[in-house]
Design a protein around this ligand. Sequence first.
Ligand code: FPP
Length: 241
Amino acid sequence: MAKDYKQLIKNLDPAKIPQHIGIIMDGNGRWAKKRMQPRLFGHRAGAKAIRKVVELGVELKLKIITFYAFSTENWTRPADEVNGLLKLLIEYLTDEIPELNAQNIFVDFIGSEAGLDEDYLATIHSLAAQTHQNTGMKVNIAFNYGGRLEIIEAIKKLKPDEIEKLNPDNFGDYLYTAGQPDPDLIIRTSGEYRLSNFLIWQAAYSEIYITDTLWPDFDKIAFLNALLDFQSRKRRFGGIG
Ligand code: FPP
């Protein structure tokens, strides 16, 4: 019988809780297909899974969770799916703001703003701004995000004297995640073994955890299993440890 998540929490080492976790939420479409439902049904169920993960993140006092919500490549999906995802993001944030504030969660977007509809951008940014008085866990929503584009946009921001001073330790200051620690752990659901252009600079030394669980089924127990697996790893950062 599956253990209660409260039991599993006891197995975690509080001294080794990751600071920043990135999550590639994959498998919504397959989850819906298994139920003979349209893909958006899967995305809606996926949005519910986000809530469970955020709740546990707060309970464990994680600093940052970054969710890969919409990639620069996702625009190539059928228009009704794209429009549905765009609408879902607004609905989701609108519904969740009272709870996000109750939990002291700061929500931010990371991603490119180039070519996006200005009214849409203004709407999502003003929703996120309603959490910007909060001082607890940070939730980054990667929206219109692509790791390669992030690097290119960073390079384009650089002034000549900054290029001179550039090094592997300070390049992160020009990325969307400036000022945030790199993810210690990246979780990908639905059994695909790729990063799909997610946090590709920041993931240089991240531990990667892949589960066959489809994103809508990813619950607190699945999240804890990922954290326990992370805690069993020996991180060497290129040294001999
Ligand atoms: C991948 O599943 C998921 C996405 C492309 C979008 C992630 C979106 C959500 C979890 C819900 C939306 C929530 C917000 C807040 C925007 P897939 O469609 O690639 O699944 P598949 O690989 O099974 O087809």
